[in-house]
Design a binder for this molecule. Structure first.
Ligand SMILES: [Zn+2]
Length: 477
């Protein structure tokens, strides 16, 4: 963050907090505080602006004239640039973007909350723990994937999955929900249990948990595609349980929720699965929106880490995007391909799953692809869906465009307008309460940490315990 931006941000924060302090009715118990007690950060991985627009048309009720607003339209407030540290150019990966969002410092692609000198940088989760707040993550990827890992841990490479899994033992995180059994062998789970964690190996156990700490791993790697199990509603249920468990801490909490598989669908250039993952993420946001209606001391900030696939709504000079094609599809292309390869009457299977009749040339193309195996058929089905819906893609990787920022709750207006992804983290850090001295925190009568005493106890948005190299990186980038 540039110093001038920093000063502007801090004065803006001061002005906003000041004005809302004056306008709030001190007698009304309903009045929302200016500084949040709890912070929920939600990241749609790969969810560039094309995804939220496409989702609007995908969700639109075709029987009404108007295009209905989505939760994204309701909460939209600003935008953010996503470029990583200069050494990695302008197109970020999920690790560098998550590092920026978790620490306020830009780093190289692949970095898990270490700076360009590979030195660890304090994360929002760690700063929250120093304030005796609870922390948690709920994601649809493995819990040690780049985004959650950058909020909880440090590593010079996102690919060091085993080391990241093991490092979670020392994070003191209260709630860990998602996939990743593959990376948490029985011996490691035993160590978590020795630290007081309750281990959930099956999603059906989630509803029975009544208190932290909990580690729930519901798949070997990522959770199933939402399009294949639309009623499962896993991200919403994990979000709602995480809120319930973390709420027990009077000092407040920081929760990270990630719609991880939006990005995975984007890499696969799979618009049908991408829209279902968007819906999964949107419903989880609505869970938090509802929570905030009842807990006015909770701030929600939603953003994306980057844009994936160069998704376009309309393609090839044709002014058309047919979302009904997508609404008719009842399984992911990969599942449809598996079913079609197993079936003699494969054409009926594909037509029923896609909710359309194949014409002769489509039938020929799919028949050819089917002869070449699952991967080729899966791709052929995705291209057929693209042609029918007129969806475009420019890459199977990421693009460098800005992403949107959505927020509601106390201090939400801090996140309005254009900002850098590091600014988002620095603003959130500035909203954390003062560090409570150890002897005071043990005293039950100690004043609440949420008391407003000024905008930023850490005017640079950085912890005072942060390493000098990280501070320098912030000031020079
Ligand atoms: Zn990605």
């Amino acid at each position: 963050m540039k110093l001038s931006t920093l000063i502007a941000t801090c004065s803006l924060a001061a002005a906003l907090l000041h004005s809302s302090m004056i306008s709030a009715n001190p007698l009304s118990p309903e009045a929302a505080p200016s500084r949040p007690k709890n912070i929920v950060i939600m990241i749609g991985d790969g969810m560039g602006p094309a995804y939220t627009s496409a989702y609007r048309y995908y969700q639109d009720n075709p029987n009404t004239q108007e295009v209905e607003q989505t939760v994204f339209d309701r909460l939209a407030i600003g935008s953010a640039s996503t470029y990583p540290a200069a050494v990695s150019g302008v197109v970020t990966d999920s690790a560098a973007a998550a590092t920026a969002l978790a620490t306020g410092v830009k780093s190289y692609n692949g970095a898990i909350s270490v700076d360009t000198d590979k030195q660890p940088i304090d994360t929002i989760m760690e700063l929250a723990k120093k304030r005796h707040m609870s922390t948690g993550v709920a994601v649809t990827s493995q819990i040690n994937h780049a985004t959650p890992a950058a909020f909880l841990s440090h590593n010079e490479s996102r690919r060091n999955y085993q080391a990241l899994a093991k490092s979670y033992l020392n994070t003191d995180a209260d709630v860990l929900l998602g996939g990743g059994k593959k990376y948490f062998p029985a011996a490691l789970i035993k160590e978590f249990e020795a630290k007081g964690y309750h281990y959930l190996a099956d999603f059906s156990q989630l509803s029975q948990v009544t208190q932290p700490k909990v580690i729930g791993l519901f798949a070997d790697v990522q959770l199933p595609w939402a399009i294949d199990e639309p009623e499962a509603n896993r991200l919403s249920l994990m979000t709602s349980k995480a809120l319930e468990l973390l709420s027990t801490n009077q000092q407040g909490f920081v929760l990270l929720v990630e719609g991880s598989l939006i990005d995975w669908a984007g890499h696969n250039k799979d618009i049908a699965s991408a829209m279902a993952e968007m819906h999964e993420f949107a419903r989880a946001i609505e869970v938090v929106e509802q929570y905030i209606r009842n807990h006015k001391d909770t701030l929600l900030v939603v953003t994306a880490d980057h844009n994936t696939g160069g998704l376009s709504i309309g393609a090839n000079g044709d002014y058309r995007w047919d979302s009904q094609v997508l609404r008719n599809i009842s399984a992911s292309p990969t599942t449809i391909a598996t079913e079609a390869i197993a079936a003699d009457d494969w054409r009926t299977v594909v037509e029923s799953r896609l909710g359309l009749s194949l014409n002769e040339s489509e039938t020929r193309q799919l028949a050819n692809a089917r002869m070449q195996g699952h991967k080729v058929l899966d791709n052929a089905i995705k291209r057929l869906i693209d042609t029918r819906s007129n969806t475009g893609w420019t890459t199977d990787g990421h693009t460098g465009m800005d992403v949107q920022v959505f927020a509601t709750g106390p201090a939400a207006s801090l996140f309005s307008g254009y900002q850098d992804n590091t600014d988002i983290a620095n603003k959130i850090i500035s909203l954390l309460p003062k560090v409570i001295p150890a002897q005071q925190s043990q005293n039950q009568d100690a004043p609440k940490a949420t008391k407003i005493t000024g905008v930023s106890q850490e005017p640079k948005g950085q912890s005072l315990t942060q390493k000098p190299s990280a501070m320098n990186a912030t000031l020079t980038q």
